[in-house]
Write a protein that binds this ligand. Sequence first.
Ligand code: DGY
Length: 418
Amino acid sequence: MNMHIDQAKRILAANDRGGYTVPTDRLYPFQWNWDSAFVAMGFALYDIDRAYRELERLVEGQWADGMIPHIVFHAPSETYFPGPNVWRTTHMIPTSGITQPPVFAIALRKLHEAAAGNDAETRTLPLYEAALRWHRWWYSARDPDGTGLVALLHPWESGSDNSPAWDIALARVPSTTDTPVVRKDTGHVDADMRPRDEDYRRFIHLVDTYAACGWDPAKQWEKASFKVAEIQTTAILLKAGEDLEHLARLFDRTEDAIEIAAFNNRTRKAIMAQWRPDLSRFVSRDLISGKDVEAATQAGFIPLLSLDLDKQVAGALVSEMKAWSKDLKVAFPTTKPGIASWEPKRYWRGPAWAIINWLLIDGLNRNGHADVAEELRRSTIAAIETEGFAEYFDPVTGQGCGGLGFSWTAAAYLWLER
Ligand code: DGY
């Protein structure tokens, strides 16, 4: 057997904390939302029971209003900031108060298909219900005006915490905090690979603001000094919505299917309206300034995942992706190389991430660019085989950066190598 497959499985086993998987030891010692969705797809290839457990443990953290939080603090740990005492949420199991990209239903459909025949429906149905409640939450709490694009109230909700996409919007957020900022991450990983202190102060300012709203969605919407209708999250929500609609039809949930199809149709049109031919990318919208977010980041290409684009639009996206990837050791960069905000080692300001590549590969295949998808797949696999299962990769040197023995990189390897 390919020894890297064996290693990937060993990483997932080592990061298992009892039915859920931490992204990596110490740096991220709890259950993270979108990490777990990717991890579940990895498990689905060889241990379907464990794959379902991953999602079941995540929904233990689901709130009464349907939100699935970005972190579930199943067991205490002193190695992470901000912990439960900063979030001050009231769910029975402590959780954070914000959410993360809704990859969950994409994973659920894959699990259901992998489980086929083996009690699949009994296991899938409760998770389907949880996913539907979460999707309803997205559309009510994060798109109260019914635009079809969902908004983030915190950069952490994007999963792309310190992306240049937030530079303008985050600069408006005060850097004062009620909670003292006591970072732990820079004790585990080189500070040059992490967000800056000033980013952290603004991140925590937002947490303090929303905690003071008692985490009430309407109050947060009113008080938010950061509010971005975000293209990557919305594109993921649409793909997840398609998969959810598919499951609804499979289970003869006709009313659900109609409701989900209406969400999806609205969102499909809204994403299309964010296409900017002059940039050859899709853009997010800053809801506070009312302006496009033009920062050149990977987010603008993620709609490939959930739209069947005109040949011309898909072709323009692919040419732009090729231009960004030219001369890089590892594609795909999360910031356009060479621009002022490009930092090839700093977290979401340039590095290549296996899970982003996974989404892009699916999107390229969907839109008739199997050759480019295959090139990206090989480049991702080669990066991992050379450097190990790092959190992410410096696209110029190929160096593995951030946390090591990383769960979603292991899951991505298993998925891309299957
Ligand atoms: C972190 O702590 O860096 C996480 O990305 C926030 O979810």
